[in-house]
Design a protein around this ligand. Structure first.
Ligand code: PXL
Length: 279
């Protein structure tokens, strides 16, 4: 069985970060270890007065203990990180546990729709860009990509040449493969495009675009994509699994009258995800 470690916060309520990564990757038949970087009562996307307990001081001791026990990982998957210090510590974690066949996978979760999440600055985004340079695969959305590269966010005004250029500039940060999420070239289609700088090839996959937006879909996509890669899928196959699953989560949310506003019904779409893996 493959073993992933996910390094990001735990938002106790809100369906994002670790409460999404753990169930999704586990359901894909992959052991999922965690390094919680902070405990928040909720995510920061719409709740007021949430609590925040920093766990930065735990990262190095947890890593040191694992190192002493000879633990290794097939993938290191990082998501939302709350400070420059955490970015630095995660970089050190890559030095300690990366290399060889370990996939270093970074979701620079920090912005969407042209704006940074609460508490982040353009300087932080550039630092996250440096962390992406140490990864094998990164999965930013268009906003995160623009901030990391210090470029203007273009909104919906782009074409395929822009996306291909953006992907190449992202791999210029130092990672082998960049995946852009939320890519749409037609009003009713949305998906992801990727560029592998070693083979100089692109991969892409799109499905239906619904006229709704939900919090946490980036984390759902990132988790399903790394889970698919750990199941031995190639990049195109992983994009398809992750895009189709994200769409299924949105559809489940739409058809549930009791759906929460703060996240998607990723739980009821898990059978579809497992089926897509042929398990
Ligand atoms: O979904 C990314 C995410 C993760 N963790 C926290 C967040 C967010 C997005 O807002 O606030 C704490």
């Amino acid at each position: 069985m493959k073993r992933v470690v996910s390094i990001q916060d735990i938002s106790c309520l809100g369906k994002c970060s670790l409460t999404v990564a753990l169930p999704i990757i586990s359901a894909m038949g992959v052991e999922t270890c965690v390094v919680p970087t902070a405990v928040l009562s909720t995510h920061t996307g719409g709740f007021q007065n949430f609590t925040f307990h920093d766990l930065t001081g735990e990262v190095a001791p947890i890593a040191a203990h694992w190192k002493s026990q000879g633990i290794t990982f097939d993938a290191i998957y990082t998501g939302y990180l709350g400070s420059f210090e955490q970015i630095d510590l995660v970089g050190k974690f890559f030095d300690d546990f990366g290399g060889g066949d370990t996939l270093v996978y970074v979701d620079p979760a920090m912005a969407d729709h042209g704006v940074l999440y609460a508490g982040f600055t353009p300087e932080f985004a550039r630092e996250m860009g440096k962390l992406c340079g140490k990864a094998d695969v990164i999965v930013p959305n268009l906003t995160e990509a623009a901030f990391m590269l210090g470029e203007d966010y273009v909104g919906d005004e782009y074409d395929e040449a822009y996306i291909k250029g953006l992907l190449k500039r992202l791999t210029g940060l130092g990672c082998r493969t960049a995946v852009l999420t939320g890519v749409s070239f037609a009003p009713d289609k949305i998906g992801a495009m990727a560029y592998d700088s070693v083979t100089d090839t692109y991969a892409e996959y799109y499905n239906e675009k619904l006229p709704v937006q939900f919090h946490g879909t980036g984390d759902v996509f990132a988790s399903a994509c790394v889970g698919a890669l750990m199941n031995g899928m190639d990049l195109t196959g992983a994009l398809k699994v992750a895009v189709d699953y994200t769409l299924a989560c949105i559809q489940e949310t739409q058809k549930d009258p009791d759906a929460r506003w703060y996240g998607v019904n990723f739980e009821s779409a898990i059978p579809m995800l497992v089926h897509a893996l042929g398990r």
